[in-house]
Write a protein that binds this ligand. Structure first.
Ligand SMILES: NC(=O)c1ccc[n+]([C@@H]2O[C@H](COP(=O)([O-])OP(=O)(O)OC[C@H]3O[C@@H](n4cnc5c(N)ncnc54)[C@H](O)[C@@H]3O)[C@@H](O)[C@H]2O)c1
Length: 316
């Protein structure tokens, strides 16, 4: 049986698949040549991340396909229902990257509250000639401990983010239209655990109470945060979007920063990927990363192993 990992797969996944007798093709075939390649090689399993699109046309053109696998969560690039209707199984690894995304949220938050994203740009340029000026410019930092973290979307990544927040000593408030309450277990290195139960509250209450907001919702038709939501937030709040481009209204965000409603923001995802708006990229109050939430060695290994295990379970 042949597995084409068109957007790559961690070595740990390749090892599990090869041990089970699968041939793994680690090649990135261009989108327009993909159907031909799958047919020529009689590929059984097509694995993708977000780059390769698996639309109806490919599913129709490739009768050898038995499984389409997505390393990660979002399936926007796969015609999932159509594939299922044709008897092709669609698998993903929803939980594998949750903690990595949560840590990225906190990398941004810890950086934001001490202006690291700006300082890291200015120290190389002027650190030797304007040390005292820069020291003054970055003097009014704050601590995260004791602040309130507001989480919108209390699923896997929202709850993973809550764990990190609780570990840092923050209060956590959350909104999710489909989750009333979540049991959160903090695990420590020596096996000790501490349990929290967090009852979700209304979106308006989260916006009003939180010092920092982090979004962990799926892609949706309307903005989750736009002008009216910004107006409800605490003056000087911070906001992070490591969910999906389009859940924050970016124009409203820039305006909220200009108006002093938001002191700092962090974006890992953008409405216009892979060409984010220049006014976001040039804004010194926004901490930026290029959609790397799940891009850790640990998450990629878990994704590879989880995909491999699911493929073996289905095909053997
Ligand atoms: N930055 C990255 O690299 C990266 C990596 C992985 C996942 N993600 C994204 O993170 C997001 C969350 O992933 P997850 O695994 O936690 O998903 P999940 O399905 O476990 O949780 C999402 C939660 O959002 C809730 N929700 C839906 N609409 C909402 C709304 N309008 N307001 C509040 N809550 C709402 C749902 O009820 C659900 O509980 C997804 O958009 C996913 O694509 C980003």
């Amino acid at each position: 049986m042949k597995v084409l990992a068109n957007d790559g797969i961690a070595t740990s996944g390749v090892v599990v698949l090869e041990k089970a007798g699968f041939e793994v093709i680690l090649k990135t075939v261009a989108q327009e040549q993909l159907a031909n390649f799958i047919n020529e090689q009689e590929v059984d399993v097509l694995l993708v991340r977000s780059a390769t699109k698996v639309r109806k046309e490919i599913i129709d053109a490739c009768p050898s396909l038995k499984i389409i696998g997505r390393g990660g969560v979002g399936m926007d690039n796969i015609d999932v229902e159509y594939a299922k209707s044709k008897g092709v199984k669609v698998i993903n690894t929803p939980a594998a990257s949750s903690h990595s995304v949560a840590e990225l949220v906190f990398a941004h938050l810890f950086g934001m509250v001490r202006f690291l994203h700006d300082s890291n740009q200015n120290m190389p340029l002027e650190g030797d000639i304007k040390f005292k000026e820069l020291k003054k410019a970055y003097a009014k930092g704050i601590e995260l401990k004791g602040k309130t973290m507001g989480i919108l979307g209390f699923g896997r990544i929202g709850q993973a983010t809550a764990k990190v927040a609780l570990g840092v000593g923050m209060k956590v408030v959350a909104f999710d239209p489909f989750i009333d309450s979540a049991h959160i277990e903090l695990e420590f290195y020596d096996g000790q655990t501490v349990n929290f139960t967090i009852d979700t509250i209304s979106k308006d209450e989260v916006l009003k109470q939180a010092d920092f907001i982090s979004l962990h919702v799926p892609a949706q038709d309307d903005y989750v945060i736009s002008t009216s939501e910004f107006q409800m937030m605490k003056k000087g709040a911070g906001i992070v979007n490591a969910a999906r481009g389009g859940v924050i209204d970016e124009l409203a965000l820039v305006k909220a920063i200009e108006d002093g409603i938001i002191s700092n923001a962090a974006l890992d995802v953008f409405e216009n990927e892979p060409k984010p708006e220049v006014q976001l990229l040039m804004n010194k109050n926004i901490s930026l990363t290029p959609h790397i939430g799940a891009a850790t060695n640990e998450a990629q290994n878990r994704i590879g192993e989880e995909l491999a295990t699911q493929i073996i379970d289905i095909l053997e």
